[in-house]
Design a protein around this ligand. Structure first.
Ligand code: GDP
Length: 313
């Protein structure tokens, strides 16, 4: 097995081992067909983990709708096509639960991915990611298995998409305004402790989210690469809903913050819940022991404090 990893510096990418790591557009611009194809022809990987994407918070998505659509479409079209032309055996690509329909019946299951419009705030990103699933399906249909000369079946390649819930962990983007809830709140709590100010949390604290530690996503991805054979997408989640208020308590404890916590209800709550059904994952890895949120947060907080000067923030 010779593995190529795209997005090697990202939250998931940094937890994974690979023979060839591509970490940014200065190295290889995956939006560019020639550069992408040359990489695959030169390295000849047998397996690909594709995590690279143009990502950003709410504001970045709203203001760059066209760029988010174009960049992600090009990256995915190029990576899967280059993999196909160089006979890669398996490609595992990353989607995200925020590409599901804005109005969807809970709990979310894999088959609901295309059953309605994504949220208006990120439809450029969401449709491009959904097309990755369409491309994978079309490639599995056309190229996955072929009939040889004497009617022998021959296996050419497999394209799998995974859909993790809210990933957190070291190496995340800890920006205050534009990052996801875990890194944003870790950073805010850190500053509140340093500056002896209130710890300000957005919204009512009531919404529910599911969190998965980046190392677990890394482990599961490795298992999927080695032995997951189903071609339809797979949700990666422990399917345990956590109230934002309880997440805040865990962060406060891990940071040993003794000051006041303030819920700023003038800030948005966003969707109330995004629960998933992880039965498909449970069937694949029965009894998989997810890292507890408490332990994952403790490790992330420790990492953040240690790497405060150099981390993305
Ligand atoms: P979402 O799952 O796409 O909505 O992503 P987020 O990771 O941004 O989670 C948003 C939830 O966390 C919402 O209910 C917010 O109100 C709540 N939240 C509380 N404080 C913060 C914060 O400082 N940053 C972010 N991004 N969300 C926060």
């Amino acid at each position: 097995m010779k593995t190529l990893l795209t997005g090697a510096n990202g939250l998931v990418g940094s937890t994974l081992d690979a023979d060839i790591k591509v970490s940014g557009r200065r190295e290889v611009d995956l939006r560019n067909w020639e550069e992408t194809y040359n990489l695959f022809k030169k390295e000849r990987p047998t397996h690909v983990i594709h995590t690279a994407a143009r990502v950003g918070g709410l504001a970045a998505n709203i203001h760059n709708m066209g760029e988010f659509f174009y960049d992600n479409m090009m990256i995915n079209l190029n990576v899967l096509e280059a993999a196909r032309r160089t006979d890669v055996k398996k490609v595992v690509s990353f989607l995200s639960t925020c590409v599901f329909p804005a109005e969807v019946e809970y709990p979310i299951t894999e088959d609901k991915l295309h059953e309605g419009e994504p949220h208006l705030s990120n439809y450029g990103y969401a449709y491009a990611k959904r097309m990755l699933d369409v491309q994978a399906r079309a490639y599995n249909d056309q190229y996955g298995i072929s009939l040889g000369g004497l009617g022998f079946m021959s296996f050419n390649g497999k394209y799998i998409s995974v859909i993790p819930t809210n990933i957190y962990g070291p190496n995340d983007n800890f920006e205050l305004e534009n990052s996801h809830v875990v890194p944003a709140l870790i950073h805010k709590c850190y500053l509140a402790k340093q500056n002896k100010t209130d710890f300000m949390v957005w919204g009512s604290g009531e919404p529910l989210r599911e969190f998965i530690y980046a190392d677990d996503v890394g482990d599961l991805t490795q298992l999927i690469l080695e032995s997951y054979e189903d071609e339809t997408p797979l949700i990666l989640s422990n399917s345990q809903e956590v109230r934002i208020r309880d997440l805040v308590k865990i962060i406060v404890e891990a940071m040993e913050y003794k000051g006041r916590v303030f819920f700023d209800e003038s800030k948005p709550d966003g969707q109330y819940k995004k629960s998933t059904n992880n039965s498909k994952l449970q069937t694949f890895v029965p009894g998989y022991r997810f890292t507890s949120l408490k332990k994952g947060i403790e490790q992330t907080v420790k990492w953040f404090i240690k790497n405060y000067e150099s981390c993305r923030k």
